[in-house]
Each structure stands twice: as structure tokens, then as C-alpha cells.
Design a protein around this ligand. Structure first.
Ligand SMILES: [Zn+2]
Ligand SMILES: [Zn+2]
Length: 138
């Protein structure tokens, strides 16, 4: 499920996104933190190293990544969008205790959708909730 390429600048080029240092930094952060961060987490994570970045830049960069199919925006429980570098078919499990979001393999495209045959589907999400093994052991 890891991206085939791991050099941020190359990934940007394959998605036909013009390479800039800020885009590289945001993408590098997402590759290093595959934990579905929010824009606030990405912004404060990057702020430690670079001070020129504004939150709007981070947000705009993420919006560009999403529209290029490089990153997936997921909104779990409808509030804050989280950014997922893993765009392939997978489901999410949210731990109700620690709040962490885990990826799991599931073939979403093979789920039965006959009842939606007249609908246009733009996005498919599989979302489970529960308690993760780390919290169960506490
Ligand atoms: Zn947990
Ligand atoms: Zn995910």
C-alpha cells in the first residue's frame, strides 16, 4: 500500500504538479506521517522546521494534492478533513479510545451496490469504529 515512488519531487512530477519547496515539504510530511493528519497537524508539524509557511499555503497545497489524486481527503465523523497519502482501496478504523485512525485492506469496489444503480457515486468509504489493540491492552 506504500507509494511506489518515495522521492517527493518525483511523486509531484508524476502527478504533473509543479515542484516547489513548500509542496515537497508538505508531501514529505505526509509520507512520513501516514496517520491521516489534519491540516492543523501538518501545519504545526512543519512549523518546527520552516517558518515561512502559512496555514493557507498548507491548505491550498493539500487541496491541490487532492484534486490531482495524489492525496485523499477523508472526513470521518463529518468534522475535520484528514489527509491520506494512501489513495488505494482501503478502509478506516477509528479507535474510540485514543482517536487513532488505522488503515485496513478491503476491496471497496466489490461491495454490493445494486440499490445505487441509478446513482452517481463520487466517493466510497468504509469506516469502522471500536477499540484498537494498543488500547485494549491498557
Ligand atoms: Zn486506541
Ligand atoms: Zn487511510
Amino acid at each position: 500500500m506504500k507509494p511506489a515512488l518515495s522521492i517527493p519531487a518525483d511523486i509531484l512530477k508524476t502527478h504533473k504538479i509543479r515542484v516547489s519547496s513548500q509542496r515537497v515539504q508538505v508531501l514529505a510530511y505526509l509520507l512520513d506521517h501516514q496517520c491521516h493528519p489534519t491540516v492543523d497537524q501538518i501545519y504545526s508539524g512543519l512549523l518546527k522546521d520552516i517558518h515561512i509557511l502559512s496555514k493557507t499555503t498548507v491548505y491550498n497545497t493539500l487541496t491541490l494534492f487532492v484534486s490531482s489524486g495524489l492525496v485523499r481527503g477523508i472526513s470521518i465523523e463529518g468534522n475535520e478533513t484528514r489527509y491520506d497519502i494512501t489513495v488505494g482501496n482501503h478502509g478506516h478504523f477509528k479507535c474510540e479510545s485514543c482517536g487513532e485512525i488505522y488503515d485496513f485492506n478491503i476491496d471497496i469496489d466489490s461491495l454490493p451496490t445494486e440499490d445505487l444503480s441509478c446513482f452517481m457515486i463520487n466517493d466510497k468509504n468504509v469506516y469502522f469504529k471500536g477499540i484498537c489493540p494498543k488500547c485494549l491492552l491498557l
